[in-house]
Design a binder for this molecule. Structure first.
Ligand code: GTP
Length: 412
């Protein structure tokens, strides 16, 4: 019996918190640990033998994914991968409903639905096992966070059998530390629930005398419109992961995601292509693209990814950072807790620094002198930082030349 997966990839008008990095590419194609964010979910799906088709649903132009799809189809021959484009943002459940015929074609036995912007250990086979054991209709991945972070997420209340009895998206008061991990497993009855939610929404908008043409009636949100309803039915369970989990929302959150995926790779396959061997100058895990050139006296790691054709000079120090393609860090410069987008250049003896973060923190902004600043320093495309300049906790928009020291600023 075959299963399918839908990955919700969003579109150009979403993911704005990922700017300025999403100005050049959709967030889901941004590389962490040497691979696009989306590829990490595909790798996890490839480990589920029953998955025969993966559908990416979003509202980007078709052309945005064409190269990625060609490459992914070669890398993952075990399933077919297609992109289905919503004519406008239909919400996290609206797209599922709109493409229900394509999703149900071939009568799949189970359907995974994955938010493209979660970074986690993807315990998909364990979710399938729970589905069978519980004779469930729906499983949600749940993860535990600190009480003060929980209110920023969808919160789940269960009974002692792990049945979901209550779901509230971003509640005003604390109801649970167990939150929605953005990965679901459904059987086909989910489309009945979405259909019923859609009818209820249309009836509500008619009662409220909204315009017949009001397009927002088409928008359905999995979290608010569907999960709340599911929690009132039988057969909805939570699989609680103890593995790593975080969302990739702000640009800075790519740095902890990079660390988590590098650590996972390092633990599972120390000889994986691109992983640098530990030495006096390499503190693992460090990923170096084969086309990058790194001087042997540069000290890298932990948690560093170096992209294609990047150049790293002698005496450089880099830790907790992502360098994209065609970046350059000149001799004796220091780069920490930072992201260098494509073509960004850092001069000799310069310092580009964010602030240390812990991997289980769900924030990449902090308050300094009353202002909210990024704790990850981000140089957007083709930014140039001159020799000996120090730039700390800044977001620098594309094509800027930075010639004096700057701290805690957004440079436009
Ligand atoms: P907030 O977290 O509330 O700021 O919203 P968000 O749009 O950043 O993320 P949300 O948690 O609502 O979305 C989860 C995933 O679904 C992300 O990968 C989004 O890109 C994707 N997504 C959100 N809205 C849509 C939509 O209308 N259509 C599709 N296909 N995907 C969507």
């Amino acid at each position: 019996m075959s299963s399918k997966a839908v990955i919700l990839v969003g579109g150009g008008t979403r993911g704005t918190r990922f700017r300025p990095l999403s100005l050049d590419m959709p967030k889901v194609l941004f590389p962490v640990a040497g691979r696009p964010i989306l590829s990490h979910a595909l790798t996890a799906l490839a480990a589920v033998p029953s998955v025969k088709e993966v559908l990416l649903i979003g509202f980007y132009d078709d052309s945005v994914f064409s190269d990625f799809l060609a490459e992914a189809s070669r890398e993952f021959p075990q399933f077919s991968i297609k992109y289905l484009r919503e004519y406008r943002a239909l919400g996290t459940a609206g797209g599922l409903y709109h493409f229900r015929d394509a999703i149900l074609k071939g009568n799949p036995y189970r359907l995974f639905v994955i938010h493209a912007d979660v970074c986690c250990s993807f315990p998909l086979n364990e979710m399938l096992q729970m589905f069978d054991d519980k004779e469930a209709k729906a499983i949600i991945l749940g993860t535990h966070v600190e009480a003060d972070a929980a209110r920023n997420f969808g919160c789940i209340v269960t009974d002692d059998k792990k049945r979901v009895i209550h779901y509230v998206e971003k509640p005003e008061t604390h109801i649970s530390n167990l939150i929605n991990g953005g990965v679901y497993l459904f059987d086909r009855s989910i489309f009945d629930v979405i259909g019923a939610a859609r009818v209820a929404k249309i009836e509500d908008s008619v009662a409220a005398q909204f315009d017949d043409e009001d397009e927002s009636r088409e928008v359905l949100r999995l979290e608010q419109d569907i999960l709340v309803r599911l929690a009132q039915t039988e057969g909805f369970y939570v699989y609680e992961t103890r593995g790593f989990w975080r969302q990739i929302k702000t640009a800075g959150s790519a740095v902890p995601a990079n660390s988590l995926y590098l650590q996972k790779l390092f633990q599972h396959d120390i000889d994986a292509p691109g992983l640098a061997k530990a030495s006096a100058f390499i503190i693992p895990p460090v990923y170096i693209d084969p086309t990058a050139s790194v001087d042997p006296t540069a000290k890298l790691g932990p948690n560093v990814s170096i992209g294609p054709r990047a150049r790293v000079g002698p005496g450089v120090r880099i830790k907790e950072a992502i360098l994209l393609a065609d970046t350059e860090v000149k001799h004796d410069a220091n780069v920490r807790y930072s992201i260098l987008a494509r073509g960004a250049k850092v001069g000799a003896w310069a310092r580009v620094e964010g602030s240390p973060i812990t991997l289980d923190e769900h924030q990449t902004v902090m308050v300094k002198n009353g202002a909210r600043v990024q704790n990850i320093c981000i140089l957007a495309r083709d930014v140039y930082v001159a020799d000996e300049v120090r730039i700390q906790n800044c977001v620098v928009l594309p094509h800027k030349d930075i010639r004096t020291d700057v701290v805690n600023e957004i440079i436009m």
